[in-house]
Design a protein around this ligand. Structure first.
Ligand code: BJW
Ligand code: ZN
Length: 244
């Protein structure tokens, strides 16, 4: 981690009227939430890509629900880390602040962030496959197979799986923020899942200064103005300033 880079990013943020942040699984890694790709990305020999599809759910809803129950159990014991709280603190200082997250864990809201766009949904909401009603559900474990209180049909996680469209209102709000922001920070995402993978380019194309924070190089590294190599929970408090 380079202090000159940290200083430059801090200065850009101080001058910015509009800031957008895009986060991925890496921002929650230091809370103990496993990332999707890389080490620990497997569950009973399945890759996330094999379980997070409508086809997998149609084939074996109980298997997919067992996976979500395991993740709900893990998340129930987990707390936001200094990366989440630094982002909440930054929101309090910026005129126009939007946090776009691919994460479904709810840790940004728990850490105090308010203007959060959940691109891929939430693990704490369920949707009826019959009547489409969406409800909050914090049961651990959820009874398998879960059924809708209104119509009795099977419930599914209110999460965007591969091949499914992202919620239209989330996409509209996210692109609005990307197009008007002075600074975009891209934190802890491998940058391989679309459409989030293209968001750094969208903001860059609209004139933003784009900064990546990650422990590895990603496809975004060639797009951004600056990459800060390091753990989100260490880098973000330095940039936002609560450790200084
Ligand atoms: C740290 C760190 C630390 C670690 N500090 N950093 C070709 C074939 C098939 C499909 C496609 C294709 N090309 C495009 C597609 C579409 C597909 C896609 O992109 N596939 C690619 C994988 C190829 N996309 C979709 O299907 C999307 N929908 C869509 O395109 O719809 C079109 C449509 C329009 C109209 C009608 C119908 C359709 C939907 C994508 C949904 C993604 N959902 C998931 C699973 C949710 C399940 C769940 O959570 O329960 O969302 S996939 C999974 O990946 C999850 C994540 O949000 C997402 C992104 O992952 P993320 O966050 O980047 O995590 P990792 O693990 O990949 O990376 C972690 C990073 O953190 C790493 O870089 C680490 O280095 C770093 N890190 N520790 C800082 N301490
Ligand atoms: Zn229903």
């Amino acid at each position: 981690m380079d202090n000159v880079d940290i200083e430059e990013v801090r200065k850009r943020l101080e001058e910015a009227h509009s800031v957008a942040v895009l986060t991925g699984a890496g921002v929650s890694a230091e809370s103990g939430v496993p990332t999707f790709r890389g080490e620990g990305g497997l569950w009973r020999n399945y890759r996330a890509e094999e379980l997070a599809t409508p086809q997998a759910f149609a084939r074996d809803p109980s298997l997919v629900w067992e996976w979500y129950n395991m993740r709900r159990e893990t998340l129930a014991t987990i707390k936001p880390n200094p990366a989440h709280t630094a982002l909440a603190m930054l929101e309090g200082r910026v005129e126009d602040f939007t946090l776009i997250t691919q994460n479904v864990d709810g840790l940004h809201e728990m850490g105090g962030s308010r203007n959060v766009i959940e691109l891929h949904g939430s693990i704490w909401r369920v949707r009826c496959t019959g009547c489409s009603a969406v409800t909050e559900n914090h049961d651990i474990p959820i009874a398998i197979p879960p059924s809708c209180g209104e119509c009795g049909a099977l419930l599914r996680p209110h999460i965007v799986w591969f091949g499914e469209a992202l919620p239209g209102d989330a996409i509209t709000a996210a692109y609005g923020a990307l197009e008007r922001c002075d600074v975009l920070r891209v934190i802890g995402t491998s940058g391989v899942v679309q459409p989030a993978a293209s968001m750094a380019s969208v903001a860059k194309g609209a004139g933003a200064y784009v900064v990546e924070v990650n422990i590895e190089l990603t496809p975004n590294t060639t797009v951004v103005d600056k990459t800060i190599a390091g753990k989100a929970a260490e880098v973000l408090p330095l940039i936002v300033g609560q450790n200084l």
